[in-house]
Design a protein around this ligand. Structure first.
Ligand code: SAJ
Length: 427
């Protein structure tokens, strides 16, 4: 049975490991996190995703995880899916990727297929990865196969999963491409699209995520403008979405969180800058999206004024802290910035997110609503649909700040709430 070693068992690597096991591979998982290793070896997913939990439980007998790098040499195919974050100065931080590739290089043997999935800037394969692998003393494309296939995952998406999302890739040589296409075709029921070189494949991922960041920035800026113009942006998005071509809806919110969209643009900004090009537009989009948590605070302040309260004497309930709906992930969540700023303003803050218990300081919605002056929704989890506006009002809440246009303004005001949304008609 073919053996696959997956280095990095996180949001990308673990679903991939389960999929490979499901398709009959013997999977060797490698991660530096011992706690994660022992959970996975007992069939428990460190990620709170029902789909993943089920798959891991079903296929755990085919997945053996370890933090001993020598397991790498046992595999026919090695896939590197480690995080590629940015540092505090928004500079790409490839340390984890470099150390993972160093481990591969120290355990590399002939005929192995090496696949890199981590998001990188164009040029990384040639300038960073290959020189490290070269130290193994064998040659990519001649002695072993090397390809780059950017990860594509949308956490929480039940339709588009690791089994059904098309993939792009590039190989060092034609033979590398063939090997990589064969491998991915054996685990993915979707198109595998070879591109002409590493740089284009590296650039695809960055392009996809920059595309999202600039479009989210566009709709966030529109929300601010429409607030001044008294235009209901939710209504405008609904109207524009009726155009069957040439428009794609995005939605205003408290900012851009997650481990990709708010990070990846900096990979291109920094790379292009090093070659003398200034991505003013990408940087502006980042600036707009990073301004949104502060815009939420402006909306809260505006609403508190209407209730005769200030930040320091108001009790504020935060509903939802995950970076997007129906996930339990708080990485780079804009809610964290809103909470941080409210703490600075000495507000009394209660927090409840049913998917993020570790950050919740009350046990449920009723506890969040009682003795709360202002309720702020920051994550539009589907289960919040069960919270009626009447319940919010009857609990004593006076002000509702809706960071996701989750509720209906007219209904909220009919309940007697002061309702402020992001890009909703003010008049
Ligand atoms: N957001 C908005 N308005 C929108 C869309 C998103 O404010 O209209 C916010 C979300 O609330 C979230 C952030 O932006 O905080 C990122 O949202 P996202 O939907 O891009 O979610 P991610 O980062 O979990 O997943 C994305 C993938 N999502 C989609 O394509 C829908 C995709 O961009 C990448 O494949 C993936 O990151 C990745 O791994 O790169």
């Amino acid at each position: 049975m073919k053996k696959v070693c997956i280095i990095g068992l996180g949001y990308v690597g673990l679903p991939l490991a389960c999929r490979c096991a499901e398709k009959g591979f013997e999977v060797i998982g490698f991660d530096v996190d011992k706690k994660k290793i022992s959970l996975i070896n007992s069939g428990i997913s460190p990620i709170n995703d029902p789909f993943l939990k089920k798959k891991l439980k079903k296929f755990k007998s085919r997945i053996k995880s370890s933090n001993n790098a020598s397991v790498i040499s046992e595999a026919d195919t090695i896939i590197v899916c480690v995080p590629t974050p940015i540092d505090n100065n928004n500079i790409p931080d490839l340390r984890e990727l470099k150390s993972a590739v160093k481990l591969v290089s120290m355990n590399l043997r002939k005929e192995q297929l090496i696949l890199i999935e981590s998001t990188v800037y164009p040029g990384t394969m040639e300038e960073v990865i290959e020189p490290i692998l070269f130290l193994a003393g064998i040659v990519a494309g001649k002695d072993y196969y090397l390809a780059y296939c950017p990860e594509r995952i949308d956490p929480g998406n039940k339709k588009w999963t690791v089994s059904t999302i098309p993939r792009v890739l590039a190989g060092k040589t034609d033979n590398c491409v063939k090997k990589a296409v064969n491998f991915y075709s054996s685990i993915i029921d979707a198109k595998i699209i070879p591109l002409k070189s590493f740089k284009e494949a590296e650039a695809v991922k960055i392009t996809e995520n920059c595309f999202r960041d600039i479009n989210i920035a566009f709709i966030n800026e529109l929300a601010k403008s429409f607030d001044k113009l008294g235009i209901d942006i939710a209504e405008v998005i609904k109207g524009a979405s009726s155009k069957p071509f040439g428009f794609m809806p995005f939605f205003p919110g408290p900012g851009v969180g997650g481990h990709c969209i708010s990070i990846d643009p900096y990979y291109l900004i920094d790379r292009a800058n090093s070659k003398g090009f200034d991505h003013r537009f990408l940087k502006l989009a980042r600036e707009i999206n990073d301004s949104m948590p502060y815009y939420i605070l402006d909306l809260i302040e505006e609403g508190l004024k209407r209730t005769g309260k200030t930040f320091s004497d108001a009790s504020i309930g935060i509903l939802g802290v995950a970076y997007k709906k129906d996930v339990d992930d708080i990485r780079n969540s804009p809610a964290l910035k809103v909470i941080e700023e409210l703490n600075k303003k000495k507000s009394k803050i209660k927090i409840f997110d049913p998917l993020v218990k570790k950050l919740s300081n009350v046990k449920d919605v009723p506890a969040l609503l009682s003795e709360t002056d202002c309720l702020v929704l920051l994550t539009d989890h589907s289960q919040f649909k069960k919270i009626s506006l009447n319940k919010i009002k009857s609990s004593g809440v006076k002000l509702l700040v809706d960071g996701r246009n989750f509720w209906n303004k007219k209904e909220a005001e009919e309940e007697g709430l002061i309702y402020i949304s992001i890009g909703g008609r003010k008049t």
